[in-house]
Every structure is written in structure tokens, then in C-alpha cells.
Ligand binder design. Sequence first.
Ligand code: 5GP
Ligand code: 5GP
Length: 230
Amino acid sequence: ASSAATDFDFFYHVQQWPGSFCDTKKGCCFPSNVKPAADFGIHGLWPNYAACRPVTADADADAPEIRISKTKKECWPESCNATDTFSLLQVRDLLGDMDRNWGTLSCKSNDSTPFWSHEWEKHGTCSNMDQHTYFAAALQYKARFNLTRILADAGITPSDDKTYFLSSILDAVTEATGSKPSIGCNKGVAGEMQLFEVYLCVDRTGTRPVDCPGPVQGRKCSDKVQFPAF
Ligand code: 5GP
Ligand code: 5GP
């Protein structure tokens, strides 16, 4: 059952810093109690529009004459094929790599399968890739640009007392990948602003770096941020 190709402009390749995920009121948990490496982990590969689009209300067949003045906007496609459910069998040769580089930190489960399943069903089904291609593409992109090393080479290392300029983080990643990333922040238990996620932008094939269009919504950073130890 093949559905029509999804129209989108680029992918966000999103990686999360475990030190920042864990330093929150909710805390974190590790799959099967194995502590993940002090390295960024993949959150997901998300199809995205370059600009949010108004949602046309033509689906309202009951009242086609009604035009609601307040137009809803859609900034990315999601959940494009409810029948294409995640299957571990389709990615079995990738599971070791996924465990090391795409593990859950959520306490909802001690197994990453629900996280992978969520990412596939919400974002992957809109990628125009099959499951194996999608997970392999995300893993390969992470391997190609080692964010932990890119930051370390620029003198940006995890620390519980240093703060870093957001601009130096952006510059280091831009320099190393050739494209402008976006950065997402969260707040630690003491209320401090911390580097939480790095968004690399990738073309529709999942291989070529492109500039990100601007800051991501909802995860704004201040000029100076912490990069907490893990
Ligand atoms: P949060 O509320 O944690 O920022 O985002 C919730 C979820 O919405 C994310 O995990 C992701 O699935 C989706 N999401 C948030 N921001 C974006 C975005 O800019 N682009 C896309 N494609 N998905 C997003
Ligand atoms: P999103 O919709 O934001 O892409 O994905 C977030 C969903 O995946 C949430 O339901 C969240 O609870 C779950 N999840 C499981 N493990 C993780 C994790 O390690 N990091 C994040 N950000 N979300 C996770």
C-alpha cells in the first residue's frame, strides 16, 4: 500500500544531549539500566516545511460555505500513514547501532522500541523512505557529523560550571558541517538555560546539509548557555 509522496522541504536531524535531558525535574532513565555514552543521541529525523502553511478548510464538506477567518497553520507533515507500523524486523541489522546512538532517556519505558516506533509513525511515515532507509539515513548522518567532537574541537566541553556563548556553539557547528544549525534549549533543575538539542538541516534525500531556516519554536536559548556534564 503505497501512499502519495509527501511534500516537504527539508529534514531536521535532531540530536539530544543526555546531560540536559537528565538535568530536569523529570529526570531520566536508561534502557535496561545501561548508562548511555557521554555523546549526543538521535531524537529523530523530521520532515519539515521551510515556512508554515495555512491549512485549507476544504475538508469541511458539511459546510463548504463557511470560511473560518482564523486559519490554522501547519509547519510540518506528521503521521502520514497509520497502517505502516514500526517493525523491529525491518531494522534488525541496525539495532545495535540504534541502541548505541538512538536510545531512549525517558522513564516511560526501559526499552527504546516505543521511542523508535513513535518517531517512525509520526515523522518517518512522512519521509518518503521505507523503515530501513529512514533509520539508516539518520544513523549515517549522525556518524558523519560527530557533534560531541565538533564542539570539543572548538573548546566546548561538558561542564557543570562553565557557560558558553550560544553564538560559539552555532559557529562551531556551522563551520564543521558547512550549514547553519538551530539549537534548542531547556532548563535545568536550578533554572539554568542549557543546550538540549542540536537541529541539523538536511535535504530531502537525507544526505546533503542545508541551512536551517531559523530558530525552532518553543525551545529558545539565551545568549549564554550551560552544557552540563553527563
Ligand atoms: P516539543 O513540544 O517537545 O517541542 O515537541 C513535541 C514534538 O513535536 C517533537 O518531539 C517533534 O515530534 C515535534 N516537533 C516539534 N518541533 C518540530 C519542528 O520544528 N519540526 C518538526 N517536524 N517536528 C517538530
Ligand atoms: P516527539 O513527538 O517529540 O518526536 O517525540 C517525543 C516522544 O517520544 C514523547 O512521547 C516522549 O515521551 C518520547 N520519548 C521517548 N524517549 C525519548 C527521549 O529519549 N527523548 C525525547 N525527546 N523523547 C522521548
